[in-house]
Design a binder for this molecule. Structure first.
Ligand code: ZN
Length: 275
């Protein structure tokens, strides 16, 4: 992302001076941290896929919100909890305990600056449990409002992505490939794109209700979904679909950001804004 604009209330945390926080905290801003991953995404997508998507979505959310929205953009957590991808070279991973502690530590620093609203914008499914643990800690110990926003949970308009693909294309499939074709086309290796038929789809075709993800599921490593470590019909991805997906998710996330600013949780009323 580019530098903060001079008169915008959307600012990058690290571009501020410590003395700025007296006035900034009084405005009761929202801080946001992208939770991403640096992990294998098959032969066709880069290790940075989740980081690229998280930052790309945040960039478009900022355009939706406009310059009057008081938003503090924290440095992203580029490396997350990627234990399920560690058998593939290139994956960088923090253990779940370390990842949770890192988010807690950064959240506590945000609270010390007098900022009490924090959005965790998550672009990697494997971060869900560490995000949940850290958010609860920050609510309990720092009285913060911590919003857990995983873009992939926002839902899609009917028909945009086939139901089968949404259920089984868990990693590096149609959705991520299309979004990368729109956001970072130079990083997509089009010649390596395939239909990576997921294990979950084969099981469903054989009559199983049990699946790698879903109501009743089992723990999986990426190679269990498909030998290449990705799962889904990447071969149907287009940049046009990626643009539709990015715009849809950005609009949904912008609503979440506005709600995070507007919500007046009961535990805030006891303490008042700021420190
Ligand atoms: Zn991903």
């Amino acid at each position: 992302m580019t530098d903060s604009k001079p008169h915008s209330k959307i600012r990058h945390w690290q571009e501020l001076a410590s003395s700025d926080f007296d006035t900034i905290a009084a405005d009761d801003p929202v801080a946001v941290m992208v939770l991403a991953a640096i992990e294998q995404h098959g032969p066709h997508l880069p290790l940075s896929t989740d980081l690229d998507i998280g930052l790309g979505l945040l960039d478009r959310v900022c355009r939706e919100l406009g310059d009057d929205f008081p938003l503090l953009i924290l440095p992203p957590l580029a490396v997350g909890a990627s234990e399920e991808h560690q058998l593939f070279p290139g994956t960088l991973s923090l253990s779940p305990g370390v990842a949770t502690n890192v988010i807690c530590g950064l959240g506590e620093s945000v609270a010390r600056a007098g900022v009490r609203r924090l959005i965790l914008l998550n672009s990697h499914g494997g971060n869900t449990s560490v995000m949940t643990s850290a958010a609860l800690h920050l609510r309990r110990c720092r009285e913060m409002l911590v919003v857990k926003a995983s873009y992939m949970k926002l839902g899609l308009p009917e028909g945009l992505v086939p139901v089968d693909e949404l259920r089984h294309g868990l990693h590096g499939g149609l959705v991520e490939t299309a979004m990368m074709m729109h956001l970072e086309p130079a990083r997509v290796r089009e010649n390596s794109i395939q239909d990576f038929v997921p294990a979950g789809k084969r099981m469903a075709d054989d009559g199983f209700s049990l699946a790698p993800e879903g109501e009743a599921s089992y723990a999986w490593l990426a190679g269990d979904l498909h030998p290449s470590g990705v799962a889904g019909k990447a071969s149907d991805a287009t940049a046009g679909l990626g643009k539709q997906l990015v715009e849809h998710y950005a609009r949904g996330l912008a609503d979440v950001f506005r709600d995070a600013r507007r919500l007046d949780p009961p535990w805030f009323r006891k303490k008042g804004p700021g420190r």
